[in-house]
Design a protein around this ligand. Structure first.
Ligand code: CTP
Length: 420
C-alpha cells in the first residue's frame, strides 16, 4: 500500500509560474490515496485558480488566514498534517519559512506543525544561485526539511538554466519516501538525505561558492602557434557539473570547448596569465577552488605579432616561468577557504603529489598516474589517489570523472563540517 494512503497532506502552493505543475502534484497525491488540503498564497492565485485545486483536492482550497471557514485554519491544518509539501516554493516562501515569519496562511501553517516538510523550489537561475536562497535552503535542510532540488531546463520567458521545478512524479516520490520514513533519494541518483537533521539531496553544497579551473592553457608563440598540453578539461568540467548539481554556486574558468553546466558562470581563458588573473580576482569571494587545469609552467617570453616565417630562422624559443596560481592561493588562504590541487604524474605519483600538497598549501590533492590505462587526460574515467593535509591518503577506484568529482566533493563536505 502507498505510504500516502489515508495520510493528511497539506499542499502549499506559492506564487510562481510552476504553480500550474502543482495541479498535477495534487492529482497524483489524491490518486495515491492521500487526503489533500491545498493552501494557495495570494500570488499563487495569480498563476492558478483556487477552484481548480478545490475540484481536485480532498477539501476546498484554503487561501487566507482570515476568510477561511475554519476558525483557526493554520492550527487545524498544521496539527492535522502528516506532511506539508510546498510546491512550488518561491524564493520568498523559502526565506519566510527559514525566518519563521507567519504573515499568511501557508507560512503560519508551516510554523503550526510538527509534521515533516518537503520543499520543492522553482525559480529563475539567477534567483536559484543567490547566496541568500542557497543559504536559506541549507539551513532548512539542516533542520530536517527535505528539499527536492529543481532541474535544469527551459524556464519562463524562454531562458534555459537551473531552477525548473522537479518533475511532479519526483515531487510526489519525495513525499512518499518521507512518509515511509525512508531517506529521499534524489532522481539524479545520489546523495539522499536522512529523514531529518542532515543536508538534503542536491543541496549539500548549497551556499558554497566553488571556482573550478579546467583544461590546458595555450601559450602563444605567434598568431598561429602555441604551446599547450594534453589536458582535455573533462575532469574539471565534471567537477563543475557535480558541484552545480549539488547546489554550489559555480564559476568555471576553462580553456576547453566542452559543454558547461547551464547553472555555472563560465569564464573562457586561453593563457596561464589570463587564468591567473581570472582566478585571483575571484579568490576573495570563493570558498572552494578546484584547480583542475593543467597550467603551463613556462610561456614564450614574447609573442610575435606576425607569423614567424621559416626563412626567419628559428633555433630556440625563449621561455619564462608563469605564475604558480595554486601556490599563490595557498599562500594567501583565509580560514575556511579550501584549495584542491591536482597532480598528473608519470613517476613517483604519491611522493610527487605529497610534495605538491605541502608546497602549495592545498587541503586536498588529487593525483593520477598518466601511465595507467583509463586514468588521466583523455577519456571519461579516472583513477586517483586522494591526499589530504589532515588525513590518510585514499586510493579511489577506476570510475567516471563525475564519480571522482563526487567523491572529492564529499571530502570537501567533511572538511567543512570538521572546520565548524
Ligand atoms: N598549477 C598552477 N599554476 C601553475 C602550474 C600548476 O596553479 N603555473 C596547479 C595545477 O592546476 C595543479 C597543481 O598546480 O592543480 C599541480 O600542477 P603540476 O603541473 O602537476 O605541478 P607543478 O607545480 O607544475 O610541478 P611539476 O611541473 O614539477 O610537476
Amino acid at each position: 500500500m502507498s505510504s500516502l494512503a489515508g495520510r493528511f497532506v497539506v499542499l502549499g502552493v506559492s506564487g510562481g509560474i510552476a504553480a500550474y505543475k502543482s495541479i498535477e502534484v495534487c492529482r497524483r497525491l489524491v490518486d495515491a490515496g492521500a487526503h489533500v488540503a491545498p493552501i494557495l498564497t495570494e500570488s499563487a492565485q495569480r498563476f492558478v485558480g483556487a477552484a481548480t485545486f478545490s475540484a481536485l483536492a480532498s477539501e476546498v482550497a484554503h487561501t487566507s488566514l482570515w476568510a477561511d471557514p475554519d476558525r483557526i485554519p493554520h492550527t487545524r491544518l498544521g496539527q492535522s498534517a502528516d506532511l506539508i509539501l510546498v510546491c512550488p516554493a518561491t524564493a520568498r516562501a523559502i526565506a519566510a519559512y527559514r525566518m519563521g515569519l507567519s504573515d499568511d496562511l501557508l507560512t503560519a501553517t508551516l510554523l503550526a506543525t510538527r509534521a515533516p516538510v518537503v520543499v520543492a523550489p522553482a525559480m529563475h537561475t539567477e534567483m536559484w544561485e543567490q547566496a541568500s536562497v542557497q543559504e536559506n535552503l541549507t539551513v532548512l535542510a539542516e533542520r530536517g526539511v527535505t528539499i527536492v532540488p529543481p532541474e535544469s531546463g527551459r524556464l519562463a520567458g524562454g531562458d534555459v538554466g537551473a531552477g525548473r521545478l522537479a518533475d511532479p512524479a519526483t515531487v510526489v516520490d519525495a513525499a512518499h519516501d518521507v512518509l515511509a520514513g525512508r531517506p529521499y533519494q534524489s532522481h539524479d541518483g545520489g546523495h539522499g538525505s536522512e529523514p531529518s537533521g542532515s543536508v538534503a539531496p542536491g543541496t549539500d553544497l548549497a551556499g558554497l561558492r566553488v571556482l573550478v579551473t579546467a583544461g590546458g592553457t595555450r601559450e602563444p608563440i605567434d598568431p598561429v602557434r602555441f604551446i599547450t598540453n594534453r589536458s582535455s578539461g573533462r575532469q574539471g568540467h565534471a567537477f563543475a557539473d557535480v558541484a552545480a548539481a549539488r547546489g554550489a554556486s559555480v564559476t568555471l574558468i576553462t580553456t576547453s570547448g566542452l559543454e558547461t553546466p547551464p547553472a555555472a558562470k563560465v569564464v573562457r581563458v586561453e593563457t596561464a596569465a589570463d587564468m591567473h588573473e581570472a582566478v585571483t580576482a575571484r579568490w576573495p569571494e570563493t570558498d572552494v577552488v578546484v584547480m583542475a587545469a593543467a597550467v603551463a609552467d613556462f610561456a614564450p617570453a614574447e609573442q610575435a605579432d606576425n607569423k614567424i616565417k621559416k626563412a626567419d630562422g628559428w633555433d630556440s624559443i625563449e621561455l619564462v616561468p608563469t605564475a604558480d596560481i595554486l601556490a599563490g592561493l595557498g599562500s594567501s588562504k583565509s580560514a575556511g577557504q579550501i584549495l584542491i590541487g591536482f597532480a598528473a604524474e608519470t613517476t613517483d605519483v604519491a611522493a610527487n603529489a605529497q610534495k605538491k600538497l605541502v608546497s602549495k598549501n592545498a587541503d586536498l590533492l588529487v593525483a593520477n598516474d598518466l601511465t595507467e590505462a583509463g586514468a588521466g587526460f583523455a577519456g571519461d574515467t579516472n583513477r586517483v589517489l586522494l591526499l589530504s593535509a589532515t588525513g590518510e591518503p585514499e586510493q579511489l577506484p577506476l570510475q567516471s570523472k563525475h564519480d571522482v568529482a563526487a567523491a572529492v566533493l564529499d571530502r570537501v563536505v567533511e572538511l567543512r563540517r570538521s572546520q565548524t
